[in-house]
Design a protein around this ligand. Structure first.
Ligand code: 5AD
Ligand code: SF4
Length: 479
């Protein structure tokens, strides 16, 4: 059992840190809604705000599904809502600061709405420092639950709403995989599918292995059934999710489990398949072959490299060198010349020297990424890197980020310029966020495309001719 204080069940990062890395299959159970919970929310409204990665978005869809099964109705208004859910991300400090700001500003909203319930869940809830801060300084938060017990929401929420008692239940052990959870998917033609949960890589800067627990793979049949149901709903793209998808199936005793799953996913006949996130250490050559073989597996790969310096990669515990990453990159390019490559990069890791930063720039020049997400290192309490000595001033880190971003956007502009005059196939998501008069969507290569065309193209795959290119998007017209 976890630590109990005032009936609270509190997170313990130490237990996650010291967990066994033995890969054994997690037990699997089916979600059943308690009779008392059905209709409990009738006539009441919920608001949900999700931060962070696509895995969190998918969890948010499950939370919304549970609440709707309880009878709650969705609202976009915080003042109208009876229940407010903050489904949070802990990857960097900035993400956490935003959530605390948001919850802080709700004190006055709640004062005008007696009985309103504020819940914090997701990755931040798994952190001791966060929960302690909530307990001491955020009395407006009524319910905290973690990433391992989403399915407990009906019971926890009923307890808070019936007894008016603040409840905290965060487990530091993963428990069973829960299947058949309800889902309220976001609008649009793509659907997210968890293939596994957790991460055992323990990169030294990263909080995820602590907040999401050990690697657990869902059963193949459950995943394939979810993809088929997306297809039956008329969705065109399945996005397979895991912190480290290449490790899929290891805990189930499968050899090369990810490639085999990917092939079966392609054989469901859904129009498009993508997957996030790959890890260079576990990448299997057979996955590239599958990408080449199946036309509905999109030829774009997000392969985070983090740094181009061997010394930094070692201190990050990434398990590969810059040269082995280049080799992997070369193999992919040789086998699938048209593949698009994206990555994640961290600058200002503790003690990063100018030369080590230069090695990252050199790798970026070599790989010519189509797009890269770049971050300044953010210390996360309880992770090994947060205890490493760091004498690099914040201004130097900011300067490095600027230099890196300038380089990345110049490369992205050159990569995109090659699309001028070409025809791409775009899954239309609807009107663009910036200009409602144009559509936007993603091409097979995962390029953001803004385009004009006749009415009624939403959720369809459209041929678009590219008429103008930018660093981070392409413009065109439907043909
Ligand atoms: N500081 C900065 N960036 C981080 N990431 C993960 N942890 C940190 C951190 N502590 C980045 C990595 C990862 C992406 C999802 O977020 O680049 O690939
Ligand atoms: Fe974090 Fe590394 Fe796991 Fe990715 S692979 S979630 S960066 S620990």
């Amino acid at each position: 059992m976890n630590t109990k204080k005032n009936d609270y069940i509190l997170p313990e990062m130490n237990r996650e840190r010291n967990r066994s890395l033995r890969s054994t299959a997690a037990a699997c159970s089916r979600f059943v809604m308690d009779d008392a919970a059905v209709n409990f929310g009738r006539g009441k409204k919920y608001y949900i705000r999700t931060y962070g990665c696509q895995a969190n978005v998918r969890d948010g869809e499950t939370i919304a599904g549970i609440l709707e099964l309880m009878g709650f109705e969705n609202t976009e208004s915080t003042s109208e809502a009876d229940v407010l859910i903050f489904n949070t991300c802990a990857i960097r400090q900035a993400a956490e600061d935003r959530v605390f700001g948001e919850i802080g500003s709700l004190k006055s909203v709640k004062a005008k709405h007696p009985g309103q319930v504020i819940c914090l869940c997701g990755c931040m809830a798994q952190e001791e420092v966060v929960v302690n801060k909530i307990i001491s300084s955020y009395p407006q938060v009524d319910l905290v639950f973690g990433t391992h017990n989403l399915w407990r929401l009906p019971e926890l929420l009923m307890k808070v709403m019936k007894e008016g008692k603040r409840t905290i239940e965060v487990l530091s052990q993963e428990g069973d995989l829960i299947e058949e959870l309800p889902v309220r998917r976001s609008a649009g033609a793509k659907g997210f599918v968890h293939i596994m949960y957790g991460c055992d890589k323990f990169c030294t800067y990263c909080i995820v292995p602590y907040t999401r627990g050990r690697e657990r793979s869902r059963r193949r049949e459950d995943i394939l059934a979810e993809i088929r149901s997306l297809r039956e709903e008329g969705r065109k793209e399945a996005v397979l999710l895991g912190q480290n998808v290449n490790a899929y199936g290891k805990d189930l005793g499968m050899e090369d489990g990810f490639t085999s799953l990917l092939e079966s996913a392609a054989e469901t006949g859904i129009e498009r398949i993508r997957f996030y996130t790959s890890h260079p250490r576990d990448y299997s050559a057979t996955t590239i072959d599958a990408m080449r073989k199946y036309p509905n597996i999109m030829k774009s790969l997000h392969l985070p490299v983090q740094s181009g310096s061997d010394e930094i990669l070692k201190r990050m515990n990434r398990g590969y060198t810059a040269d082995s990453y280049r080799k992997l990159y070369d193999d992919m390019r040789a086998k699938i010349p048209e593949i698009t490559f994206t990555t994640d990069l961290i600058v200002g890791f503790p003690g990063e020297t100018d030369e080590q930063f230069q090695a990252t720039l050199d790798l970026v020049d070599y790989c010519q990424f189509d797009l890269a997400y770049s971050f300044v290192y953010s210390p996360r309490a309880g992770t090994p890197a947060a205890r490493m000595e760091d004498s690099i001033p914040a201004e130097v880190k900011k300067e490095r980020l600027q230099i890196l971003n300038d380089r990345l956007s110049a490369i992205a502009a050159t990569r995109n310029a090659a699309y001028l005059g070409r025809k791409v196939r775009v899954l239309c998501e609807g009107p663009s966020k910036k200009n409602a008069a144009v559509y936007s969507g993603y091409s097979e290569e995962n390029k953001l495309v803004n385009f004009t065309g006749p009415e009624g193209l939403e959720d369809r795959i459209v041929d678009v001719e590219i008429t103008e290119t930018h660093s981070f998007s392409l413009d065109g017209k439907a043909v």
